[in-house]
Design a protein around this ligand. Structure first.
Ligand SMILES: C[S@@+](CC[C@H](N)C(=O)[O-])C[C@H]1O[C@@H](n2cnc3c(N)ncnc32)[C@H](O)[C@@H]1O
Length: 178
């Protein structure tokens, strides 16, 4: 009985910490770790397939959450290296369980990363960081880099394509090229 009670206390404590830490990071980063919906993910993969002109590419996901989109990209691009950066601890730890030879996750702030080596950048962030992202992309990305933004436009860039989901709420996927 005492063991069960201790387990119950430990589990409650863990859930309490999980919720507390998650709320803290949602507030700090101004966006929760909501995963990209499967049908949106398919559109993102379609956009990458269409706009990437070679196979052995290096792709980064900014704010990689639970790791689902990055692992899916790695599965679909058999010669690509995929890197995800995520700051919120619980999604990050979960994504670490999904790492493979070609997909790696790092717990870091996306704004501290050098993006100059990537052939494609994928993200699902918030309009709050759009101006800052745009300035970073303009300063760091090499010419010809593909940018795929889930749901939000990137100020200062003209999209080369806009895709739209047809299921449920219509979501736009913006594709840019530097
Ligand atoms: C809406 S979720 C998208 C998750 C994942 N990209 C996907 O599409 O399934 C946005 C993620 O970005 C992360 N994030 C936001 N700002 C960040 C920052 N400055 N550095 C690292 N991660 C960040 C959040 O913690 C959150 O997990």
């Amino acid at each position: 009985m005492a063991v069960l009670q201790s387990l119950y206390v430990l589990l409650s404590l863990f859930i309490f910490v999980l919720i507390g830490v998650s709320l803290y990071y949602d507030h700090k980063l101004k966006i929760p770790p909501a995963p990209t919906l499967p049908w949106v993910r398919r559109k993102i993969l379609k956009a990458l397939k269409k706009h990437l002109t070679k196979d052995n590419v290096f792709i980064v996901e900014l704010g990689s959450g639970w790791g689902g989109l990055s692992t899916s990209i790695a599965r679909n691009f058999s010669k690509a290296g995929v890197r995800g950066f995520e700051l919120s601890p619980f999604p990050y730890w979960f994504s670490k369980l999904r790492e493979g030879k070609r997909v790696r996750f790092t717990r870091a702030d996306i704004f501290d990363q050098d993006l100059s080596e990537y052939d494609a950048v994928v993200y699902y962030l918030s309009p709050v960081v759009a101006e800052r992202l745009s300035a970073k992309f303009q300063a760091e990305l090499k010419p010809g880099t593909i940018i795929v933004s889930n749901a939000f436009q990137l100020p200062g860039f003209e999209p080369v394509e806009v895709l739209e989901t047809r299921i449920g709420v219509r979501i736009k996927i913006y594709v840019y090229r530097t």
